[in-house]
Design a protein around this ligand. Structure first.
Ligand code: PY5
Length: 306
């Protein structure tokens, strides 16, 4: 599906027309994958568009930049404000938001430190990432032959652009095999996550997700879902998971900003089945939360129009 254009993209403090938001072909990050980015969503609420956990996402952007020794020329507060402004000027109620910081034109050696750091923020309406049917009935997963990188090969805690070559390889392998999405194991054979989502299983009534030490990104949806599940009275644990824990799961689902909460119905042709009760309750609460319908989590919503 092609991107649905909006009017303006924020580039280094200026709002430029969508079609003019271009970069030079010798942009450092295009060659070496030396950028960092975020994926954020705004949802329509009764008080206008609200950006879900905006400050937490922008903090993670700063942390990612720090891991790559990239100095962002804008503070968290400035980027929070710039994001809200971009949502406002584009007059969207619900949208996906993609901030990216990258190294610009000027130097072509591998040393990134002399390069200018550029930041942009684009927003566009984006429907379900893994399909409406995936959200309703669940997706089919395949364990990838590609491993999630060891943290001493790449800082997997950073949302770094180049790091996503690994995710894209796994995604294509899964799609070509007729599946919806891939699960990546780490180099020790532990389950880490999916290509752009964290992963949860339900085993004997306990909700379990791999620890960050298995290579999972510290997902903001992961954190929201763990909080929601505990508040619903469920036991939640971070556990090292093996592929057989997925095959034997009573329920399983994915979480991510783009994907939201998506049930898993099969892993490697082993059937988990229709979304179970815990998955449905968590999914329902998550959707109500992002739309501003759950008072308890009102602090997670950052309204774009005051
Ligand atoms: N793991 C990886 C590798 C991710 O890329 C993402 C987010 C997550 C987990 C979930 O993190 P969060 O809950 O904080 O979103 N992926 C991006 C997203 O916007 C990019 C997907 C195309 O969801």
């Amino acid at each position: 599906m092609p991107l649905e254009k909006t009017k303006k993209i924020w580039m280094d403090g200026t709002l430029v027309d969508w079609d003019d938001a271009n970069v030079h072909v010798l942009t450092h990050t295009l060659h070496y994958g030396s950028g960092v980015f975020e994926g954020i969503r705004a949802y329509p609420t009764s008080r206008g568009p609200a950006v879900f956990r905006l400050t937490d996402h922008i903090r993670r952007l700063h942390d990612s930049a720090g891991l790559l020794m990239m100095d962002l020329p804008y503070s968290v507060e400035e980027l929070v404000e710039a994001t809200k402004e971009t949502v406002r000027v584009n007059e969207v109620e619900g949208c996906y938001i993609r901030p990216i910081a990258f190294l610009g034109y000027g130097e072509m050696g591998l040393n990134p430190l002399p390069c200018p750091v550029k930041v942009s923020i684009a927003v566009w309406p984006w429907g379900t990432y893994l399909g409406d049917e995936g959200v309703a009935k669940g997706v089919r997963m395949k364990i990838s032959t590609w491993r999630r990188m060891d943290p001493n090969i790449n800082p997997v805690a950073a949302k770094g652009t180049g790091i996503y070559v690994n995710s894209s390889l796994a995604k294509v392998e899964a799609l070509k095999g007729g599946y919806d999405e891939a699960v990546l194991l780490n180099t020790n054979g532990e389950v880490s996550e999916a290509t752009g989502e964290n992963l949860f299983v339900v085993t004997d009534g306990v909700l379990r997700t791999p620890p960050l030490s298995s290579g999972a990104l510290e997902g903001i949806t992961r954190h929201s879902v763990m909080t929601i599940a505990r508040d619903l009275g469920y036991e939640v644990r971070e556990d090292v998971l093996l592929r057989t824990d997925l095959y034997l799961a009573d329920e399983a689902f994915l979480t991510g900003t783009a994907a939201e909460v998506v049930p898993i119905r099969e892993v490697d042709d082993r059937v988990i089945g229709d979304p179970g009760e815990m998955t449905r309750k968590i999914q329902e609460t998550y959707f109500a939360t992002v739309h501003g319908e759950v008072e308890k989590y009102a602090d997670w919503l950052e309204h774009a129009r005051g």
